[in-house]
Design a protein around this ligand. Structure first.
Ligand SMILES: CCCCCCCC/C=C\CCCCCCCC(=O)OC[C@H](COP(=O)(O)O[C@@H]1[C@H](O)[C@H](OP(=O)(O)O)[C@@H](O)[C@H](O)[C@H]1O)OC(=O)CCCCCCC/C=C\CCCCCCCC
Ligand SMILES: Nc1ccn([C@@H]2O[C@H](COP(=O)(O)O)[C@@H](O)[C@H]2O)c(=O)n1
Ligand SMILES: [Mg+2]
Ligand SMILES: [Mg+2]
Length: 238
């Protein structure tokens, strides 16, 4: 999709941060989901359709079930649809049709899906869950997750490599929150004590997102100083 200006012609900058899921789990899910992606292609389904329907399913699952405190069923519905985010790109690659439009649509709708998930938690704690502190933590998770993603998008748009993943990327945010919400939902089926998993997960995502935000801002600050210095040296040499 085009290399950021600041990284052109230079040795690849080592990428900071762990990003464990993107590194290890993605390869596994690519193998598992490739036959399904190929099946959808044979049925004439387009990657954009999968992106749109997947997001619609996540948004519906999050905004219908979570505000009612139905965390188990909400998580089941979301889980059925959230993997579409791995299937759409897989389909585009199998078709040899990975596009700028597809990259834009995928990333933009990721933000919509994330907003619905953490918005769903916030609505529950603002209503029946009756916990203003956890409502605030949910809103913090929503906002910080969006800003974490924005740092990369904006940094890349000004030509920097943004060679940082950070502690808690989108995959981590989703897995920590959804696994906790799914299990916390079992409280309604009579499992005692398990409802505390969700508040714990939200605090972990909030703190992890803040750390990730700082990691990314520090990286962009360093990369922009280096790029400006290199540009200044080039100008002086003319
Ligand atoms: C009795 C028990 C009840 C339990 C109920 C069910 C529980 C099931 C719970 C959860 C399953 C959650 C699965 C979540 C999977 C998420 C997969 C996914 O969509 O990841 C997306 C991620 C990023 O994709 P993109 O490259 O398209 O997006 C980029 C990203 O958003 C960037 O954001 P940033 O990181 O910067 O913030 C943007 O900058 C960029 O614009 C954007 O393009 O994909 C990956 O990272 C790939 C890795 C996926 C890893 C999936 C791991 C799933 C692991 C375990 C699930 C199984 C859990 C089982 C629970 C057990 C229950 C019994
Ligand atoms: N409708 C789409 C969706 C995605 N793409 C391409 O896939 C990349 C994302 O891959 P994931 O495995 O994270 O889904 C994205 O950057 C696009 O290149 C597409 O073309 N059309
Ligand atoms: Mg995708
Ligand atoms: Mg995506």
């Amino acid at each position: 999709m085009g290399q950021p200006v600041a990284s052109r012609g230079r040795a690849a900058t080592p990428t900071l941060g762990k990003a464990m899921l993107n590194k290890y789990a993605r390869a596994f899910f690519t193998r598992v989901l490739t036959p399904f992606a190929a099946f959808l292609i044979r049925r004439g389904v387009s990657p954009d359709t999968v992106t749109l329907l997947g997001t619609a399913g996540v948004v519906a699952g999050a905004l219908v079930f979570y505000p009612m405190g139905e965390f188990f069923w909400g998580t089941v519905v979301i889980t059925l649809f959230v993997f579409s985010d791995l299937v759409d790109g897989n389909m585009a690659r199998q078709l040899g049709r990975s596009s700028r439009w597809g990259a834009f649509l995928d990333s933009t709708l990721d933000r919509v899906a994330d907003g619905a998930i953490f918005g769903g938690f916030a609505l529950w704690y603002a209503g029946g869950g009756d916990d203003i502190a956890l409502c605030a933590v949910s809103i913090f998770c929503l906002a910080s997750g969006q800003v974490v993603s924005y740092t990369k998008a904006r940094g890349e748009s000004i030509g920097l490599p943004v060679a940082v993943n950070g502690l808690v990327e989108r995959a981590e945010r989703l897995v920590i929150s959804l696994v906790a919400a799914g299990f916390a939902g079992l409280h309604k089926f009579g499992v005692p004590g398990i409802q505390y998993l969700l508040p714990v997960a939200l605090w972990i995502v909030a703190v992890g997102s803040l750390v990730t935000l700082i990691q990314r801002v520090v990286t962009v600050r360093r990369e922009s100083a280096e790029a400006d210095e290199a540009a200044g040296a080039q100008e002086a040499a003319k």
